[in-house]
Ligand binder design. Sequence first.
Ligand code: T46
Length: 144
Amino acid sequence: MKIEIIDFDIKGDERGFLIALEENKNIPFDLKRIYYIFGTKENIRRGFHAHKQLNQVAICLSGSCKMLMDDGVEKKTILLDTPEQGLLIRKMIWHEMFDFSKDCVLLVLASELYDENDYIRDYNKFIRLTRKNGVKNNETTTIW
Ligand code: T46
């Protein structure tokens, strides 16, 4: 599985830094929704789903967390700990977030409005759907 990290252009001067996010420029889709996750309790894992159509970019604005990405063939874990990069979570990627630091603020930019019907929350169903596209094995890699 190819992990797609977007390096944002940082505007900086003696006052500090600024990053601008623009649809179909550094965010590779039409932007329909923004949400952010914060105050996640210790030892909590979130996510546990894939999306049928939704594409997203996750940016850790403060603190850190980890994102497990699973395309049904292999699993990779990515550390999110900088506002300077975004992680592209394409549709049909099972993802789980964990190891949230107390100060973690995870911003997520989404290509569609909220729709519970777009979620695949059953892992076996997710695997069945990915198997249709041909899946061989399920190995785990850690990146950071
Ligand atoms: C995802 C990962 C990265 C809404 O009402 N509107 C929204 O736009 C969202 C995202 C959620 N909700 C409601 C649905 C639940 O009652 O907020 C509650 C918590 O959502 P959920 O349990 O799905 O949160 P996570 O952290 O497991 O997953 C979220 C996103 O839902 C999901 O799309 O990819 O973050």
